[in-house]
Design a protein around this ligand. Structure first.
Ligand SMILES: Nc1ncnc2c1ncn2[C@@H]1O[C@H](COP(=O)(O)OP(=O)(O)OP(=O)(O)O)[C@@H](O)[C@H]1O
Length: 257
């Protein structure tokens, strides 16, 4: 599968946590990412929207350095302190919770750091539990703890709450906001949920035909609150960019793309 990455670098250059220039990915003759450009500043939270098949996961995999085998040609200079959270928690079922959190971490303080991370996600009491004993939301908390214990400069999240029920998702939003405030990783969150994107992110970008077709800042002092004109304007603009019309914009419930 052809690929041509002209530049994707950790932020040795400039102040960005990640800086993407001219990123291209193709599957056979189909270009999925086509000269994509994106900077994410340290501590900045960027949400990535796009129609199904627009290449969101392909972008995340490129950033995570997970597509070497797929493309046959790796990312030359991918950021090395990246953590990824997927829709499914991907815990090792034969290891207890704490062992999952500190998997691959060395050093005498590793287990203590793991315990601290579990406490941060509200699972201090469950360190000896087996993954199968946890609910879906709890497993996703463990997955977050496993990511953050590594203090990544860049946290990639591919629809991390997509499989959770609405109430659990709201709790996970609160948790993620708290964790990001404490650890300040740069975040790239793929989501199908326009309202989740607006609520959590500092900036919302929209991917279509291999490029970003929108890059919209949130307001500076926190996310725009539902019911305010800023919120309605941003939501309407995003829905328009996603090809969803006025009918979707007037819906009060969440809009998934
Ligand atoms: N290994 C592969 N081989 C061939 N085509 C692929 C492969 N992986 C992805 N594609 C194609 O690349 C395109 C982008 O896929 P990708 O999973 O990145 O989209 P996405 O925006 O994340 O979609 P969704 O929102 O549905 O998860 C799709 O058309 C998909 O069929």
């Amino acid at each position: 599968m052809a690929t041509d990455t002209r530049e994707l670098s950790a932020a040795g250059r400039g102040r960005a946590a990640v800086r993407i220039r001219g990123l291209e990915r193709s599957f056979g003759p189909r270009k999925i990412l086509d000269g994509l450009e994106l900077d994410i500043a340290p501590g900045e939270f960027v949400a990535l929207l796009g129609r199904s098949g627009s290449g969101k996961s392909t972008l995340l995999r490129a950033l995570a350095g997970l597509d070497h085998d797929v493309t046959g040609k790796g990312v030359p200079d991918a950021p090395d302190d990246v953590s990824v959270v997927f829709q499914d928690a991907r815990l090792l079922p034969w290891k207890p919770v704490l062992d999952n959190v500190v998997l691959g971490l060395d050093g005498p303080g590793a287990r203590e750091r793991g315990r601290a991370a579990l406490a941060e996600v509200g699972l201090a009491e469950r360190e000896s539990a087996w993954p199968v004993e946890l609910s879906g939301g709890e497993q996703q908390r463990v997955s977050l703890a496993r990511s953050l214990v590594r203090e990544p400069r860049l946290l990639l999240a591919d629809e991390p709450f997509g499989a959770l029920d609405a109430l659990t998702r709201i709790r996970m939003h609160e948790l993620l906001r708290k964790l990001c405030a404490a650890h300040r990783p740069a975040v790239l969150l793929v989501t199908h949920d326009v309202d989740e994107a607006i609520e959590l992110a500092d900036r919302v970008v929209v991917l279509e035909q291999g490029r970003l077709i929108a890059d919209l800042p949130s307001v500076t002092d926190g996310p725009p609150r539902p019911g305010t004109p800023e919120h309605a304007a941003l939501r309407g603009e995003l829905l328009a960019r996603l090809g969803l019309g006025a009918a979707a914009a007037s819906k009060r419930e969440e809009v998934l793309v």
